[in-house]
Design a protein around this ligand. Structure first.
Ligand SMILES: [Zn+2]
Length: 199
């Protein structure tokens, strides 16, 4: 009879690890209709116990790969750190992402230059493209929305000027911004994807 966790087979440890990672309890899509519930179920704390388990030993790290990560981008500084320095294996492990990067966040980060929403979107589109296993994306705000600052001409010009988003594994997209113009038009930037199951 096994005496410790390390006496178990790899298959049994992986089975235990599956239940340690709470992502298995989060439905896809995790978002609800706005009239029902605004709360997001994308929550980085769901993976904390799994990450702690991986820290126990080299063997556990090898048989329990980094996977099903929930990530929230809520400052431009954090986004740029991920965009510039995040290793490929971590990017590949991200399956659910919340994006809440208003234009103001970018303006604060780039305080000594004139931030360009179009360039920012190109960086975001490239980053999303690098998340090969991203399944669910919730956009709460984006730097493309400068309508309150009266800096952006209109969405027709945006759609002609900027990068569409290509993220082949994405199946669920939620755009929750308060700006009506962006809420209506931002999803159009994802139209080159294979058909989404949930929007
Ligand atoms: Zn807007």
């Amino acid at each position: 009879m096994p005496k410790t966790l390390f006496d178990l087979s790899d298959e049994l440890i992986q089975r235990i690890a599956f239940f340690v990672h709470d992502d298995h309890e989060v439905p896809l899509p995790s978002f609800n209709p706005h009239w029902a519930n605004f709360a997001s179920e994308i929550d980085p704390s769901v993976q904390q116990d799994y990450l702690n388990l991986r820290l126990v030993s080299r063997r556990l790290r090898s048989i329990c790969p980094l996977q099903n990560l929930h990530v929230k981008m809520i400052t431009w500084q954090r986004f740029m750190q991920w965009s510039l320095h995040c290793p490929r294996n971590v990017r590949s492990a991200v399956t659910r992402l919340v994006f809440n990067l208003p234009y103001e966040s970018m303006r604060i980060y780039q305080r000594y230059s004139s931030p360009q929403p179009y360039h920012a979107w190109t960086t975001i589109a490239n980053f999303l493209h690098s998340l090969r296993n991203l399944r669910e994306l919730e956009i709460i705000d984006s730097p493309l929305c400068t309508h309150y600052h009266r800096l952006t001409p209109d969405w027709d010009e945006i759609s002609r000027s900027i990068h569409p988003v290509q993220s082949l594994s994405l199946t669920s997209l939620s755009c929750e911004m308060a700006c009506k113009r962006c809420a209506k038009n931002l999803p159009l930037l994802f139209l080159q994807l294979p058909p989404l199951s949930n929007t």
